[in-house]
Design a protein around this ligand. Structure first.
Ligand SMILES: Nc1ncnc2c1ncn2[C@@H]1O[C@H](COP(=O)(O)OP(=O)(O)OP(=O)(O)O)[C@@H](O)[C@H]1O
Length: 660
């Protein structure tokens, strides 16, 4: 038993020589805390040379030091680390003080100046206001002045040049972000998967936002409590695409409440909806604020501002090119009076013209910014979620979505390859057999048709798998879902129909063609051809995933696929003679190596001994031996791995570019 002495109150612990585990109540950890975002065994803490050393056990939603999830980090006396909603402060003499983050919290913005990444000038300057606990802050102002920029700053997605923000003493934004899992953001765009039901959407989000070891009963209680809070219980079984605009917004809010955030940011949640809905949602959000979470709502509608407890109006700068700043900060009732205006439209005009009114409550100027967790030695970066758990959750969802679109995937997996094999068979009535004395003049065409059709069909399996979900991926990346898990879940789920494509094509080629020839590897001809086709379909499908990650829109992905399709046809090696060793031919030859069809047709040609069974140009890659079948197969598998490795990098870049 580790020596762990409780001091004075239940909140102080003196660490002994042995490491101590922090975990959810009921899991047998030495320090037990509440909350479904804490795993049963979440973090260990031990004495360090000065202060303590924390190690995340990668089972919950991360251990945070200085706003970053850490795997392993020293924390000196005076610093703190976060586990779920719990702050552990490190005191002298290896004493840990535990407190639960207060709910509802207050929010303070003090002199915030925010600029977007890649920009030299700030968009917002000197934004200050204070929101008491249990309150809701409405951020209003003319278009384009920086309301969404304020959210980006608080989320840590834009640069906070000066000033600071905090929720009850915990820093927000900038380098020393509070545990990001405690800040929820409802974006302006619909970032929900259309084919899932309300309940499935919530379950999936709960699995990602709560600890991996949360039981089904606990998850269910949590999901249903939030659905009830947002009056969505009656729509549980409804698919998202059948929901009204208002119900979608509610669902969008609901998924962000699952983890009991400390701060909820909403970017125009009522835009495009009627006034009745606006009032209803404002009331619900005010209730959410009273129940325990600071709410900041960016809104264009000023009709129901009285539901908020404070208003922050953004005004244009009086000088051109200067950043926008605070036009008014105070109670909603004082807004019209402050601008001597008769209507909301007058207030907007005044703000657009750069008028500012007397500011409301400002944080005391003498208050210093909250100090971060102070880990002086570099911590080892950790994850907010166990990677395997996230992959499994994403995979389950992908298989479910594919099942919901089973006709499309069945067609791509079965009907397409049957057509490809049939075409290959019809173009060649002698099967795959030929000899130097009696060459099979159609064999090259058969191989080309098979490889090209299969490559395009398998690329189609994954082409829209990420690009159509970019908004969802962006939202879930804020929850800590790694891009690699997103990519791998798409690749594995689409890998199944891709392998079925190869198997179906091989079976039909085997049934419809004479596959008696001597094989290069000594394996039965159908097995050898099947392996090559499996390599081709996997590689093309992974290329589709990469294209999907690189593209910002589905149109762009289709454009890229069209260009790749052209290359796949022309540079497969059976349409244009390749293999020249000088001049332009050499360049084309090199280019062809980037196309999976080039390697697949080479392996097929080597497998059926094309130079001796058909009348074709010569190509050095077609020699009928084991090496010339296996090397292309290895290249196809290597390329599949490479595409899946590059895809998360591309996805991260595209996501960040879109944010910028
Ligand atoms: N990611 C970004 N990168 C660079 N500049 C940006 C980015 N997002 C917004 N901006 C710029 O910052 C300024 C403020 O934009 P922002 O979206 O914050 O305004 P807004 O008040 O929320 O507008 P609206 O009410 O129309 O949504 C604009 O000039 C905009 O072009």
């Amino acid at each position: 038993m580790p020596s762990l002495a409780r001091q004075q109150s239940a909140q102080r612990f003196e660490l002994g020589g042995e490491p101590v585990t922090i975990g959810r109540r009921g899991g047998g950890a030495e320090i037990e805390v509440d909350g479904l975002d804490v795993a049963l065994r979440h973090t260990t803490v031990r004495r360090g040379t000065s202060g303590v050393v924390v190690r995340d056990l990668n089972a919950g939603t991360g251990t945070f030091v200085d706003g970053r999830p850490v795997l392993h980090a020293p924390v000196r006396p005076g610093g703190f680390f976060l586990v779920g909603h719990h702050v552990f402060r490190v005191l002298p003499d290896h004493v840990l003080a535990h407190e639960t983050l207060p709910t509802p919290p207050s929010l303070t913005l003090a002199g915030l100046t925010i600029r977007h990444h890649g920009k030299d000038e700030p968009t917002l300057h000197d934004v200050s206001t204070a929101l008491p606990s249990g309150g809701m802050l409405a951020v209003v102002g003319p278009s384009g002045l920086g309301k969404s920029t304020l959210c980006a700053g608080l989320l840590g997605e834009a640069v906070v040049e000066s000033g600071w923000a905090e929720v009850d003493g915990m820093p927000l934004g900038g380098e020393h972000q509070l545990n990001p899992a405690l800040v929820s953001f409802v974006p302006q765009t619909s970032s929900l998967l259309e084919e899932l039901t309300v309940e499935q959407t919530m379950w999936h989000a709960a699995r990602l936002r709560l600890a991996a070891d949360t039981s089904t009963a606990e998850l269910s209680r949590s999901v249903h409590a939030v659905l009830q809070r947002l009056h969505l219980q009656a729509f549980q079984k409804q698919t998202v695409h059948k929901l009204s605009g208002g119900q979608r917004r509610r669902l969008s809010v609901a998924v962000e409440l699952l983890n009991d955030p400390l701060l909820l940011l909403l970017d125009e949640p009522t835009s495009g909806l009627d006034e009745g809905f606006d009032r209803m949602l404002m009331r619900d959000l005010a209730q959410v604020a009273r129940d325990g979470c600071a709410v900041v709502i960016v809104t264009h509608t000023m009709a129901h501002l009285e539901e908020a407890s404070a208003v922050l109006a953004i005004a244009a700068a009086s000088e051109a090119e200067a950043p926008a700043t605070v036009g008014y900060a105070g109670p909603p009732g004082g807004l019209l009076t402050a601008f001597a205006a008769d209507s909301a439209a007058d207030v907007m005009d005044a703000l657009r013209d750069g008028h500012t009114a007397a500011a409301g409550p400002r944080p005391p100027a003498t208050q210093s910014p909250p100090q971060p967790g102070t880990s002086h030695d570099p911590p080892r970066r950790g994850r907010t979620h166990p990677w395997r758990h996230v992959l499994v959750v994403n995979l389950r969802r992908e298989f479910r979505r594919m099942w919901l679109r089973r006709w499309l995937f069945t067609t791509l997996a079965l009907a397409g390859p049957v057509v490809a094999a049939a075409l290959a068979t019809w173009t060649n009535d002698r099967g795959f057999v030929g000899s130097p004395a009696q060459p099979n003049t159609d064999l090259a065409m058969s191989l080309a048709v098979t490889a090209i059709c299969l490559s395009l069909l398998s690329m189609a399996l994954s082409l829209t798998s990420v690009v159509n979900d970019k908004e969802v991926v962006r939202r879930e990346s804020r929850w800590g879902v790694p891009d690699s898990a997103v990519v791998l879940s798409r690749a594995i789920s689409r890998g199944v129909p891709a392998l079925v494509q190869a198997a179906v094509t091989t079976t039909f080629l085997w049934l419809g063609n004479d596959l008696r020839q001597d094989t290069a590897t000594g394996l039965p001809a159908a097995v050898e051809i099947g392996l090559v086709l499996a390599g081709l379909t996997l590689c093309s499908m992974c290329l589709g995933v990469l294209v999907s990650c690189v593209s910002t829109t589905a149109e762009q992905a289709v454009g890229m696929m069209s260009a790749l399709s052209g290359g796949a046809v022309v540079l497969c090696g059976l349409v244009l003679p390749l293999g020249e060793s000088s001049g332009f031919g050499r360049l084309i030859n090199w280019l062809s190596y980037f196309f999976p069809t080039r390697w697949a047709t080479s392996a097929l040609a080597a497998a059926v001994d094309l130079p001796n069974t058909a009348i074709v140009h010569t190509d050095l890659m077609w020699r009928h031996d084991v090496q010339h079948v296996l090397v292309p197969l290895v290249v196809l598998l290597f390329a599949s791995t490479l595409f899946c490795t590059l895809a998360p990098i591309a996805l991260r870049r595209v996501r960040n570019d879109v944010r910028r």
